[in-house]
Structure formats: C-alpha cells, structure tokens
Design a protein around this ligand. Structure first.
Ligand SMILES: Nc1ncnc2c1ncn2[C@@H]1O[C@H](COP(=O)(O)OP(=O)(O)OP(=O)(O)O)[C@@H](O)[C@H]1O
Length: 618
C-alpha cells in the first residue's frame, strides 16, 4: 500500500480530480431517483403539474452532470493508470539494465518478458477500473443506503442484507480463484520460454525431425493452460451468476416489502420507485467493484512479481562499492585504491609479475593496463568454481591469447573483464584501479568487446555501428569513421554490395547476415569504440583464412596507435596464438601456464599437449 501511494503521490491532483468527479457523479445519480419520488408523490398523485415540470427540469440537469462527471472520470483514471504503468516500465528498464548475467539466468527470459509486458498491463487496467469504479463505491453505498433507511427502515435492512450476501460470495470466489491465478501466471511464463525456444531453435528442430515431439510439448503446455483457465472460469461461472441473481431479486423483494409499507402508510408509492433506483445504483456499483476486486488478487501478484525484479538484491560489487563510498564520504580515494593495488602476483606456473605503484598522475602506457589478481569465480548455484586463482597482467599494445580445452573457462575470463559477472574473490584491475571500485560504465567505456556469438540488433547497419560509441565520451561517429572500421574488419566487402549500404536493415540478432558477416560487423562496432582493451572471444573462427590474416594484421597495426590498445583473444589455433606476446593456458578453470609460445613449449605440459594435438590434426 505504501509503495502504491508512492506511485500515486506525484499524481495526487488528477487523483483528487477523480475523487471530486466521483462526488458529482454520485450526487447526480442519487438525485435523479429522489426527484422521481417527489414528482410521483407531490406531482402525479396530487395532480400538481408545476411540480412535475420544475422537478423534471432539475432531473435533466442532474442527469447531465452525472454523464459529464462519469465521462471525465473515466478519462482521468485512464490517464492516471497509464502514467503509473509508464513509471513502472521505466523502473523495470532501469532495474534490468543493472542485472548481471547471473540475475538474468536466475529469473529466466520468459518470466522477465511477461512481467515487463503483461503484468504491467494488468496493473494498468485494474488501476484504471479501480479508480473509476471501486473508489466511488463506498460513498455511493453510504449515501444511497442512508437515503433508503431514511425512506424506510425495513427496506434499508433488506438492501444491507443483500450487500452482505454479495460480498461474502465474492470473498469465497476470490479465495478459490487466487491459487489458480498464480498457477496460470507461472504456466504463462513457461509457455513464453517454450515458444521462444521453439522459434529460435526452429532450424535445429526441423533438421533433427523433432517437429512432431516439440509440437506435442507445446500442445501439452497449452492444454495444461487451457485446463487451468477452465478451472478458473468454472469458479467464476458459479459465483458471478449468483451475484447477478441476487441483484435481480432485489427489485422483487423491495416491491413486495415496500407494498406492505405503503399499505401500512409508512411510505408513499413514489418512495418505492426511489428505493428501487437507490438499490440498483448501490448494488450495480457493488457488482462493478466486485468484478474489479476479483481482478485485484491477480494484479497484486503481478505487482509483487514486478517488485521482485525491481528490488532484486543481486547488487553487483560495483553498486555495493558505490553505496559504501557514498556512505563513507570522504572515503577511499582513487589514489588510495591505486596505491593498494601495488603488490606482486604470480601465475600458477610460478612466473612472478611485479606491479609498479601507479598513481593517477603517473598513469602511463608502461603501467599495466589490466591485472587479474587471484580471481576465483563461480556461476550461480554451481558446485565448483569455473575459475580458480587466476592471475595475469596485460600491458598496452600487448596481445594476450587465452587457450585451453573446451569448457576450461576461456570465455568466462573474457566476460569477467567488462563486469558481466561478479567474482567470488580476488580482484580485477583496469588502469591500476579495481573494476569494482569505479563506475562500471567507466570500465566498459574502455573495452571493445566482441563476443563469441556476435549479436546485432534490429535496425540498420548504421545504427548497429553507432552502438559502438554509446556510453563513451567520443563524439558521434562520422561516415569516414565507419568506413575505416569496416575496412579494418573487412565488413566493407559485403556492405558495399547492399544497395542501401549502411542503411541496410538487419533483423533481430542480425539473422539475415551470415555468421562471418555478423562477426565482422561486431568487430567494426568494437573498433569504433576506440577502446584501450579489445576482447575478442574466439571471434576469428567465423572468418575465412585470408580475411582472418588481413583483419589480424590490421588490428595489430591499430594497437600501435592512439590509446595503444591491448588485445585479449580467446584462441583455438596454436598457429594464431603463437604470434601473441603471451599465452595464458587454462585447464579446468586454473591457469596452468603464462608466457610466450617458446616458454610454454619448455615448461607447460598442457600447452605441449594442445600443440601436439594440432600438429597431428594438421
Ligand atoms: N551461464 C553459465 N552458467 C553456469 N555454468 C556456466 C555458464 N557458462 C559457462 N558455464 C560453465 O563454466 C565453464 C567454463 O565455461 P566457458 O564458456 O568459460 O568455457 P570455454 O573455455 O570458453 O569453452 P569453449 O571453448 O567451448 O567456448 C564450463 O564448465 C561451463 O559449463
């Protein structure tokens, strides 16, 4: 409730407006039957035409006010609900931007999609209907019931009893519906995941003749969903007609009991008409509220699901540091942090790396650009760490190749540098400062990352290339910048063949390009970032031999200019890795060697095995 108020507070004036409009609506709606009673009692029964005329005129006025207030109230409540859903969506986007990759795998794509779309939508519709229909109901009941009791005590009691029965029925329906609603939402998340998997994996499904089985899985999921929905609507099917029956019965009971009251002389005929109208207004408002209230449990679950994403405590080490730093102001300065970084670390093959003390004023190209200090990392819920006690150093203009068996942890090292995951222990330093003790955007602005599977976004090639400079201080790129980057990565070869060139439209993920073309664009995107560190995760494997040689040479030249960027590349081939300044050999998550090709041939058994296996293959 407190959180809901936080959303409503900035919209307090429109909410107040809806409240005032509701007052007008209720006032108008209840005035009409009161005037009807007067017309019948004072005008029709006594033959007074003046009263009929005057009160009829008042009735038209009251009806007009009711209609105008109702229309404006619907408009204002829709506006309020739409604004709140916009705020929620903005908060969700901001929260998801801060999610680590572990957080994404913790929740799963399906549920994140459903929470960001359908759940927000549900809250919006319940809020709009709630403001419009539920908010005025208590007042309508209070005033309407008061007027009925004023006319006749027994008729007041009858309406009150009918209301209590209706409310009790509603509570029973709600109790039964709630667990089914929860199951429906979980099933919807699962179906979203399944359908998404089937769309993305369609080529594999067809190539392996699995269409029939996968269809069966989908049908099974849809059938479970349908059964749940049938169960839910069966619950409503019994309860809601009962509520409507009570509503219709109210007129009969009022006429019956009211008839006795007229005979006893307690009320006049016109009053019965007025009470029937009051009862209709009160019970109708109650029924409308019940329909909305029946939706509230689902909306509450949607709200909780959204809040779970917003308040997910997967605070990254960067955020924790930022919080600590803010709390301890004035606190750790960059210079302190940098000075603390001055120590020595060693690789598992015994080579000792000594880091000089670097202060902000002495940041030079001779100081290490990147340092891994005894880094241990474990994937969410994994029993064993994926990386254990990894230490190595990279200097400007250096090329470090990472080699190792499949699943040894090479990509994991590459993903740790831009802070895509939080490490368990140790530290990663960029320019002498822990990447966890500086804004992560600052770290990422210095990195040109080319992932193992190049991902491009729906839009033009131009838009995808410009992506490279987002989050940096670089000026917007020119066509000449794009031409240069695409020439280095050889993306120009195929872009030149498109009639619309850089304006060529890419589909989601860049799936209307070949794997090699995607990889070349991903490299151009990284080059445009003008980073101080390139990370190429097995990025050359999708290129043909000639292109690979050309691109490697062009990037080597690039590394001698400007910010003199370093390159960390995950490599499969010894022929490529041996040209690097140093090779880091990873085996089952541990660093088993760090040195040049010749040094490793001398002292690293695992490296010797890799070399031997590739010589045999060759
Ligand atoms: N998202 C993840 N969640 C849990 N475990 C993971 C995840 N990604 C990788 N792993 C595990 O971590 C280990 C290292 O994976 P990584 O992708 O770094 O290996 P790699 O050396 O790059 O392999 P390859 O040469 O096949 O690309 C593997 O055992 C893998 O199963």
């Amino acid at each position: 409730m407190k959180q809901l108020c936080a959303y409503l507070w900035p919209l307090k004036w429109p909410v107040l407006g809806v409240l005032l409009l509701s007052l007008l609506h209720i006032g108008g709606a209840l005035t009409v039957p009161t005037l009807t009673a007067s017309i019948i009692n004072e005008g029709v029964l006594k033959g007074n035409l003046d009263i009929i005329e005057t009160y009829s005129f008042y009735m038209v006025g009251a009806s007009l006010i009711t209609v105008i207030a109702a229309i404006t109230s619907v408009y204002a409540s829709s506006h309020i609900a739409a604004r709140i859903s916009l705020v929620m969506r903005e908060q969700l986007v901001a929260a998801l931007q801060k999610f680590s990759l572990t957080d994404f795998s913790h929740f799963g794509t399906g549920t994140i999609l459903m929470r960001s779309t359908r759940d927000v939508e549900k809250i919006q519709s319940v809020l709009s209907e709630g403001l419009n229909m539920v908010l005025p109901t208590p007042l309508m009941i209070f005033v309407g019931l008061g007027l009925t009791f004023y006319k006749d005590y027994y008729l007041g009691l009858i309406i009150l009893t009918l209301m209590i029965i209706m409310t009790a029925l509603m509570l029973v329906i709600q109790q039964r519906a709630l667990p089914i609603v929860k199951s429906v939402q979980i099933k919807l998340d699962e179906i979203t995941d399944l359908v998404r998997d089937h769309i993305l994996g369609m080529p594999v499904i067809r190539a392996f003749n699995r269409s029939h089985d996968e269809n069966a899985r989908e049908v099974e999921s849809f059938s479970t969903m349908a059964s749940l929905n049938i169960k839910l609507h069966r619950t409503y099917a019994v309860g809601l007609p009962s509520i409507l029956m009570i509503f219709n019965m109210s007129t009969v009971v009022i006429l019956w009991v009211g008839g006795y009251s007229v005979v006893d002389g307690r009320i006049q005929v016109g009053d019965i008409i007025a009470v029937i109208e009051y009862a209709t207004q009160i019970l109708l408002a109650l029924i409308m509220s019940i329909f909305v209230l029946l939706d509230i449990p689902e909306a509450i679950i949607c709200y909780q699901r959204i809040q779970e994403l917003l308040h997910h405590h997967g605070a990254t080490r960067n955020e924790s540091y930022a919080k600590e730093a803010n709390a301890n102001m004035p606190g750790t300065t960059d210079t302190d942090v940098i000075a603390n970084a001055a120590d020595t670390a060693s690789t598992s093959d015994g080579a000792t790396i000594t880091r000089p003390i670097v202060t902000s004023s002495s940041l030079t190209y001779d100081a290490p650009l990147l340092e891994f200090q005894h880094v241990t990392f474990r994937y969410d819920n994994a029993e064993a760490p994926a990386l254990e006690d990894i230490s190595f150093t990279v200097h400007h203009s250096q090329h470090i190749a990472i080699m190792g068996d499949i699943g040894s942890g090479k990509s994991t090292i590459a993903n740790l540098i831009p802070g895509l995951f939080d490490i368990e222990s140790g530290d990663i330093l960029l320019n002498g400062i822990s990447i966890y003790k500086q804004p992560i955007e600052q770290v990422r602005a210095q990195i040109g990352y080319v992932p193992q599977k190049a991902y491009l976004f729906t839009g033009t090639i131009d838009m995808n290339l410009r992506y490279g400079v987002y989050g940096t201080n670089l000026p917007d790129i020119t066509k000449a910048d794009m031409d240069r980057a695409c020439a280095i990565s050889r993306a120009d070869e195929f872009i030149g063949k498109f009639e619309d060139g850089y304006e060529h439209q890419l589909s989601q993920g860049g799936t209307n390009l070949s794997g090699g073309q995607r990889q070349r664009l991903a490299m151009a995107r990284a080059l445009l970032r003008k980073p101080s560190l390139f990370i190429f995760d097995d990025s050359f494997s999708a290129l043909d031999g000639t292109t690979e040689r050309y691109v490697r040479q062009a990037i080597a030249e690039e590394m001698q200019h400007g910010a003199r960027p370093a390159l960390i590349s995950v490599e499969q081939k010894v022929s490529a890795a041996k040209k690097a300044d140093a090779i880091l050999v990873i085996n089952q998550g541990k660093a088993v060697g760090f040195g040049t090709h010749e040094e490793l041939l001398d002292r690293c058994d695992i490296y010797k095995q890799i070399v031997a296996s590739q010589e045999v293959e060759a």
